[in-house]
Design a binder for this molecule. Structure first.
Ligand code: G6P
Length: 612
């Protein structure tokens, strides 16, 4: 949530920051701004709307500066408008700050400052933060970094901040707690950003700040101190990311590119880990704690959004193959309900971004009770990856479209590999079954490729249903979470109300909604619940609902009862979600495009939710 970019060095800061903000726009896009030190002093340009609106705003001005900070916002405190946009000035206008996060005790700090006579211009907690820093600076007559450090010890909440001062055009002070921040180290230049995507075209040397750390960039020098004033040695990592991975590569939208990347991303996820002919299945990140996983009496999975849906699918296959009870929890509920966790319990945290605040807090809570944490993350070096004991990356590559697609299928792939390996180690499946499942896994990228060939057909169905006001998605067993995911995709990007339900549960409520205006998407592939789903289709048809059915190739029964049938290749039912979700992703994509929606940046959403 909220994207941060900053630059100091010999180049012009404005184009670097604007380009960086465009790369980070997936994090929030209700307003954007930039602060620069020009010949005329410290100037802030900011605008409600997208980064493109900010660019229009400064077009013609051509501001010149070798230092700058930029921000793209996802509003928490104060509506999205020009005034609440970041950066914010301090009271004297001598300092400027960008902030990602929430300062929970801002109201009492604001009151104290108002009592001292300060007047605020915005409704944000962030403006209070920079006023507070300046007040400390004045009262203590100290260096800026010390004033920032003292302020950080007084605020409660989450933050990634970058501050610059008119008096010192070679200095950037940054800090993080709960919100991500990466420092890029170039030749005589430094970059700061919420993730590495704005940095990689300039340098691949980065340092990920840890919580409670401050980065002090001063006179072409860089150091890290904790908020407790302890000097740290920066751990410089070399990034392994290609520029093309974060560009659209000829597709109209990132979402479509990412949907079509899935044969490759699922393959990448298995590469070097799984080999069906030799029976090899190794997850290098699950090593020291593998025995704890073997011995687990239960597994708790925590996640949010699409990642939670991946967890629900995992529940089915962990229980089926490993015979271990699994609970899947919304991280936001888990963390606040005093959950029963005992020493040795295993918690799997699933997160594309690795930064979701609730998931991170759930991990910390479970850890404090003695649980072993396995992280399943896409973003390398992310907070969740670092706070887990062990884990496995999904290796899906950067996912930029706000609606998650390739990250979901990569999560399923990793989780399935974890389950299969565990089942094999525990002996809860036969050697033959294990081998069969490895072979099935290896065939998934080709089957997904085939499912993608349905694009034209799905586009045609999308055209017929683009004006629907509601949608129902129904599935059973492994396809029940797929129904939830299909409905979520549609509502996220097309703003059509959609609900996902277990097909049988439909009778206990949603059936009341069914009439000739209600499209019902059934995920009705050939599996152990097939006959039951067929009955559920009949129940919808009897009430004149229009049925769109995702079926297994060669199905001869359902096409007789459903108006629209989408045939996907067969696979084992536990792996079917990897294939059956593909037409649902495409359906939501095409409907959203036809309705004129911004599919990559749907309203009100953000990709990385770093506030609770
Ligand atoms: C946001 C995103 C979703 C994502 C969810 C969880 O809501 O818009 O696409 O599924 O966060 O994010 P995570 O990064 O933890 O998977």
């Amino acid at each position: 949530m909220c994207g941060i970019v900053a630059y100091v060095g010999p180049q012009q800061a404005t184009p670097i920051i604007l380009k960086g903000l465009r790369r980070l726009e997936y994090r929030g896009y209700d307003s954007a701004g930039i602060a620069l030190i020009e010949d005329s002093g410290l100037n802030i340009y900011k605008k409600k709307g997208k980064v493109a609106d900010l660019e229009d705003h400064i077009k013609g001005t051509n501001p010149k500066s070798n230092i700058g900070i930029g921000h793209t916002r996802w509003a928490t405190h104060g509506e999205p408008n020009d005034i609440n946009a970041h950066p914010h000035y301090s009271a004297s206008k001598g300092l400027a700050m960008i902030h990602n996060g929430i300062i929970e005790n801002y109201a009492s700090i604001k009151q104290d400052l108002q009592n001292k006579g300060y007047e605020f211009t915005s409704d944000t907690d962030s403006e209070v933060f920079i006023y507070f820093i300046e007040d400390i600076l004045k009262n203590n007559q100290c260096e800026l970094e010390e004033a920032v450090r003292l302020a950080l010890n007084k605020v409660v909440g989450a933050y990634a901040i970058v501050i610059m001062s008119e008096e010192d055009p070679t200095t950037l002070i940054a800090a993080r707690k709960g919100s991500p921040l990466v420092v890029g180290i170039g030749k005589d230049e430094f970059f700061l950003a919420s993730d590495a995507t704005p940095i990689i075209e300039y340098t691949n040397e980065v340092v990920y700040l840890n919580d409670q750390e401050m980065a002090i960039i001063k006179d072409n020098d860089f150091s890290i101190r904790t908020t407790q004033d302890i000097e740290m040695t920066p751990y410089i990592q070399t990034l392994d990311m290609e520029l093309e991975a974060i560009e659209k590569g000829g597709y109209e939208h990132f979402m479509l590119k990412e949907i079509f990347e899935q044969p490759r991303s699922i393959g990448d996820c298995m590469r070097g880990r799984l080999n069906a002919s030799s029976g090899h299945l190794v997850l290098g990140g699950i090593n020291e704690y593998a025995k704890k996983l073997d011995a687990a009496e239960r597994i708790v999975i925590v996640a949010c959004g699409t990642s939670w849906h991946a967890g629900l699918v995992a529940e089915y296959f962990f229980e089926e193959f490993c015979r271990i009870p699994v609970e899947v929890e919304y991280a936001s509920e888990f963390r606040y309900r005093n959950p029963v966790i005992k020493e040795g319990d295993v918690l799997i945290a699933i997160s594309q971004s690795g930064e979701t605040a609730d998931t991170l807090a759930a991990i910390e809570l479970a850890k404090s009770k003695g649980a072993i944490i396995f992280g399943v993350c896409n973003v390398v070096g992310s907070s969740i990856a670092r706070s887990s004991h062990e884990g496995a990356y999904t290796h899906a590559g950067p996912e930029i479209g706000v609606a998650s697609t390739k990250a979901f299928t990569a999560q399923l792939t990793v989780l399935f590999m974890i389950a299969l390996r565990l089942a094999h180690r525990k002996g809860t499946i036969t050697e033959q079954k294990y081998r069969e499942m490895l072979v099935e896994m290896e065939q998934i990228p080709a089957k997904v490729e085939k499912a993608l060939k349905l694009n034209d057909k799905v586009e045609h169905i999308a055209d017929l249903f683009k004006d629907a006001r509601n949608f129902l998605y129904l599935g059973r067993g492994y396809n029940f979470p797929v129904a939830l995911e299909g409905a979520l995709k549609l509502k996220e990007i097309s703003y059509i109300h959609a609900e996902g339900y277990p097909a049988a549960e439909m009778k206990h409520g949603p059936i009341a909604l069914i009439d000739e205006e209600m499209p019902v998407v059934f995920i009705a592939t050939r599996d152990s619940s097939y006959d039951k789903v067929v009955s559920n289709i009949q129940e919808v048809r009897a009430r004149k609902g229009e049925v769109i059915a995702v079926v297994t190739e060669g199905d001869s029964l359902i096409p007789k009862m459903a108006e629209y049938v989408i045939e996907v290749p067969p696979t084992h039912e536990a792996l079917m979600p990897l294939v059956s979700v593909i037409p649902l992703q495409l359906l939501s994509y095409h409907i959203a495009v036809m309705r004129g929606c911004n599919v990559d940046q749907p309203r009100n959403l953000a990709k990385s939710v770093t506030v609770e």
